[in-house]
Design a protein around this ligand. Structure first.
Ligand code: ZN
Ligand code: FE
Length: 253
């Protein structure tokens, strides 16, 4: 029995508490800020695990202070053992790992960074995607290649369509504007827009989003769509070429 609590942090980050009610284990994904996260963690009076999707400071800044206060164990990808502050447990690609009674699989999704992972709780069908996949967008390619990022997104795309996605940032509105610019005829996108406006206007996070919806609306997951290819003037290009073009355009949007 998994409960996810969303903690908006900094200007647009999300940290997430995962509470396993059966085992009473409490975990946090990507603690962006100690004080803000601790205000929520305090209620539980404990923090067993800290899960990091990647090493960027806006995802690990709470690590050491939370670990010190609650004696938590920090989990991250083995490749990032020298970059994730306080790391205790080194995770491998495709490895399954239990936190209490909840079990996740490590999905290796490089591109944004070389050591980026997603945490996929397969029984609950919940995935924490960090800065790999956003709602209606994807992370900037900092350390990897466009092709790596494209392949990483395809791994997430293969999960069950009703998977709930919790990502690292509230970038949904600006991502929506980008999608609308190059995928203007997409009727699913118009529906998604209504849903997003409703949430944002009542100060609600746009998380979680659902994979099935993202596949129909997130332009970075739609690189094979003829209308989009046409809009970009890339009728005869491969999917990864379309992805690359979109990523470049988004960088300066
Ligand atoms: Zn990042
Ligand atoms: Fe980030």
């Amino acid at each position: 029995n998994m409960k996810v609590e969303i903690i908006p942090c900094l200007s647009d980050n999300f940290s997430y508490i995962i509470h396993d009610k059966e085992s009473d284990k409490v975990s946090i994904v990507d603690p962006a800020d100690f004080n803000v996260c601790d205000d929520v963690v305090k209620k539980y009076k404990k923090l067993d695990f800290i899960l990091n999707t990647h090493h960027h400071v806006d995802h690990v800044d709470g690590n050491l202070d939370l670990k010190k206060k609650y004696n938590s164990k920090i989990l991250g990808f083995e490749l990032d053992k020298d970059r994730i502050p306080g790391i205790d447990i080194l995770l491998k690609e495709n490895q399954k790992h239990k936190i209490g009674n909840l079990e996740f699989e490590v999905i290796f999704v490089p591109g944004h960074t070389k050591g980026h992972i997603a945490f996929y709780f397969f029984k609950e069908k919940v995935v924490f995607t960090g800065d790999a996949l956003f709602s209606l967008g994807c992370g900037r390619v900092f350390e990897g290649t466009h092709e790596e990022m494209f392949n990483s997104l395809n791994k997430i795309k293969k999960l069950p369509l009703d998977t709930k996605i919790y990502c690292g940032h509230e970038y949904t509105k600006s991502n929506l504007n980008f999608c609308l610019a190059y995928d203007s005829k997409n009727t699913f996108l118009k529906e998604k827009e209504i849903d997003i406006q409703k949430k944002l206007s009542s100060n609600q996070p746009t998380m979680p989003t659902i994979l099935g919806q993202e596949i129909k609306t997130n332009i970075f997951l739609r690189c094979n769509d003829p209308e989009i290819k046409h809009a970009l003037g890339l009728k005869d290009s491969s999917e990864v070429e379309v992805f690359s073009k979109l990523r470049d355009l988004k960088d300066s949007f």
